[in-house]
Design a protein around this ligand. Structure first.
Ligand code: ASP
Length: 342
């Protein structure tokens, strides 16, 4: 059933593609032409695997909108030539990139599987080998000539996640990603077990790639003792059009008059305030506690169970592509790619 599928592996950087220099001991990117030396078993797949290597390989801390546009552009140009895509990417900002790509690629009807590793491929105990092999198999998995997972996903530590539902939550454990509000799309054991009820269905429409990204969004994480000066400084950042407000628990915030007035003023000045929770699971529920009632009254928008990563990238995407603020407000509360449960 998976015979002769063709895949494009896009290597952008990150730990997975590193080897240890035998002389200096430091990590450096390895030559992909030697990949079969590191993962000889790849040859046993009956797939055609081509590689697209970014000319400057980056640590994913350097990811920015230009990078996303380039990555989406590669998938757009090669879309018709391949059955699936594997993106090798650093883990640090993988959840942001997977979220952003999910928004940029409308009507995606092929698998785009991000993966990476905590240990470089050139290290004996690397998790990169398994992550890579499984990502390849999932990107090539078709049934009745239809891809099983036509979504932007992250594969890590034997688990397949919807990309825009993930957060990197551990910097050294192989279990590095979490999807606190959406079930796994697949689990790998002896077999790859797909949870089809949670996977998007293909719509067979033509892929549309959006390449406008507007970065005029700010993120403010609340903490006890946050000062008026800091809140004001963020809200008065030049050019800012939207604020993601990371609140406590189910959308709670200080009830200090100065705080509520500052947010209210910002909303009246046209800034969109999108409320998410600092918790890794659960949803914003404005009005549940007294400490969120004022926020509801002044017109913030609830992000429900969206992750901060998906919230920021969704706003950048919407600001870049939708003119009317009213439409943006509405779309923020609509599931575009399965990123939010409304
Ligand atoms: N700093 C690296 C990166 O995100 C870590 C990793 O690849 O896991 O690019």
């Amino acid at each position: 059933m998976n015979q002769n599928r063709s895949l494009l592996v896009i290597y952008t950087g990150g730990t997975i593609g590193m080897v240890q220099d035998s002389e200096t001991g430091s990590l450096m990117p390895f030559n992909f032409e030697n990949l079969y030396e590191y993962i000889p078993v790849l040859k046993n797949f009956n797939y055609t695997i081509d590689f697209f290597v970014f000319d400057s390989l980056i640590d994913s801390s350097n990811v920015n909108p230009e990078f996303w546009i380039k990555l989406a552009g590669v998938i757009e140009t090669k879309y018709e030539d391949y059955d699936g895509f594997v993106v090798l990417h650093g883990t640090d900002t993988m959840s942001f990139s997977a979220s952003m790509l999910s928004f940029m690629l409308e009507n995606l009807n092929k698998p785009v599987i991000f993966t990476g590793s905590q240990l470089p491929l050139g290290v004996i105990r690397t998790d990169g080998r398994d992550n890579f092999i499984n990502a390849v198999e999932i990107a090539a998995a078709y049934q009745n000539d239809t891809p099983i997972v036509p979504e932007v996903c992250i594969f890590f530590d034997n688990k397949l996640f919807r990309g825009n539902r993930t957060t990197k939550f551990n910097s050294e454990n192989f279990k590095a990603f979490l999807s606190g509000n959406y079930p796994l799309l697949a689990e790998v054991g002896v077999k790859i077990k797909y949870h089809k009820e949670y996977i998007q269905k293909p719509n067979f429409k033509k892929l549309k790639v959006y390449k406008n990204i507007d970065r005029d969004v700010a993120l403010l994480k609340l903490y006890p003792g946050i000062s008026k000066q800091l809140v004001q400084a963020v809200l008065h950042t030049e050019g800012i059009k939207a604020l993601v407000l990371e609140t406590f628990g189910s959308g709670n915030a200080p009830t200090d008059v100065w705080f509520i007035e500052a947010i209210e003023q910002a909303i009246q000045n046209g800034i969109i305030v999108f409320v998410v929770t600092q918790c890794k699971g659960g949803s914003v529920e404005i009005g549940k506690y007294e400490t969120s009632r004022d926020l509801g009254r002044i017109g913030v928008i609830s992000g429900y169970d969206i992750t901060t990563e998906a919230a920021i990238t969704k706003i950048m995407f919407l600001l870049g592509n939708i003119n009317s603020k009213e439409n943006i407000r509405e779309l923020l509360q609509t599931s575009l790619r399965g990123e939010i449960t409304v």
